[in-house]
Design a protein around this ligand. Structure first.
Ligand code: SME
Length: 162
């Protein structure tokens, strides 16, 4: 669908602006939560370089359960407070890990992962899940990724009605 129109900027802020614009077009008029999350993960996987896993964990009955994603099959359930995802969910703050092997309690799903960023998804006051990106490159994620991905999540949440 976006094969000829992929985000392609070289600097991160512009790349994220293009990606958020592409997301808006994808979710425009569509209110199906799973459809939008599935396309959002596919878009990030195509638009952002140097990833080996990107997708969502959704809060269900007090724990995180894997949702739409791109990458290798992943661990299904993560308790709040556990791993990078559970830490971002419990603190409701974006967590950037330069080297996952140095993060106490990191949950290894794909041995290719060396760096990770997890952005909480908060609708109103309610935590609904997290967006998780993994990279094989140590130090892959920085504040520009945090800013861009938080913008991405905020846009995605405008299309979500639980
Ligand atoms: N590494 C994550 C688990 C999810 S996978 O990376 C897909 C964590 O520590 O929470």
């Amino acid at each position: 669908m976006f094969a000829n129109n992929l985000p392609s900027s070289n600097d991160k802020p512009s790349l994220y602006t293009e990606t958020v614009t592409a997301l808006r077009a994808l979710i425009d008029g569509e209110r199906d939560w799973i459809a939008n999350l599935a396309n959002a993960s596919a878009l990030l996987n195509q638009a952002l370089p140097d990833l080996n896993w990107v997708g969502f964990y959704l809060l269900k009955d007090g724990e995180l359960v894997v949702g739409p994603f791109q990458g290798k099959p992943a661990c299904v359930r993560i308790a709040l407070g556990k791993g990078v995802c559970g830490t971002a969910a419990a603190t409701r703050r974006t967590v950037i890990v330069q080297d996952v092997h140095q993060f106490p309690g990191h949950i290894a799903c794909d041995t290719a992962s060396n760096a990770e960023i997890v952005v909480p998804m908060i609708l109103g006051n309610e935590l609904v899940g997290v967006l998780d990106l993994d990279s094989p490159s140590i130090g892959r994620f920085d504040d520009a990724d945090r800013d861009g991905l938080e913008r991405f999540v905020a846009t995605l949440l405008t299309a979500i009605r639980l």
